[in-house]
Design a protein around this ligand. Structure first.
Ligand SMILES: [Zn+2]
Length: 230
């Protein structure tokens, strides 16, 4: 859940990492890059992986180092990616949820922008105005009803995990996929469903392909999950 920092904020800036390399898909790599420039920490506050997983970067209480000349009073969010076609719906789902939370925390009294609005850069390369339904002033056109809850996948309490089924997207799906040794693209498709059914059979659960508290418990209890090859 997003918590307002004590400093004043009136703008949120969006960035892309300018890489599609999976080994760069984490805030630790961004931190390394930025420290190599002599900065104290990663320049962004929040980082969104291709799986939709949200990672914390620079503490929100600190001014970012992300938009030269336009850092004060801002929050900086970076999505991993370079090729516009390769950003994922899971990333956009997380971005929308996050921005709705930020917007609500400020009662709508802030605006959302791309880095490219204040720099001669292409960053971010995706159509953030469409993703966030921004108006011409940069005000968010989304309401809470349009987005999923952001799940804290670090706590891993089975009863707190959302019920997942085919068609679900987002960080909880990516966590599920990681536990099942699947590609963690954050999209619950047929392959994820088949693997869930096999996992359920192997653990004496109803083979319904729906991940509820019972299935989550088995999945989260297992440190080593067998790989199912049919
Ligand atoms: Zn940028």
């Amino acid at each position: 859940m997003f918590t307002k920092p004590n400093r004043d904020v009136d703008r949120v800036f969006l960035h892309c990492s300018a890489s599609d390399n999976p080994s760069h898909d984490n805030v630790a790599t961004m931190r390394q890059w930025h420290k190599a420039r002599g900065w104290s920490d990663v320049g962004y506050h929040l980082f969104i992986r291709k799986s939709g997983q949200l990672e914390a970067g620079r503490p929100l209480e600190k001014t970012p180092a992300a938009q030269r000349g336009n850092n004060r009073g801002t929050i900086a969010i970076c999505l991993h990616g370079l090729d516009e076609e390769k950003f994922t719906e899971a990333q956009f789902d997380t971005l929308r949820s996050l921005c709705v939370q930020i917007n609500n925390a400020y009662k709508g009294d802030l605006t959302f922008h791309g880095h490219r609005e204040v720099a001669a850069k292409a960053c971010p390369v995706f159509d953030y105005k469409a993703v966030l339904k921004l108006d011409r002033f940069g005000r968010l056109g989304l309401t809470g009803a349009a987005v999923q809850d952001l799940v804290d996948t670090d706590t891993r309490v089975p009863d707190d995990m959302p019920v997942l089924r085919r068609g679900c997207r987002g960080p909880a799906v990516a966590l599920l996929q990681k536990q099942l040794l699947l590609k963690d693209d954050g999209i619950f498709g047929p392959r994820t469903e088949d693997t869930v059914r096999d996992f359920q059979s192997a653990h004496g659960l109803a083979r319904d392909g729906v991940v509820g508290a019972m299935t989550w418990k088995k999945i989260l209890d297992n440190d080593h999950i067998e790989h199912f090859d049919e």
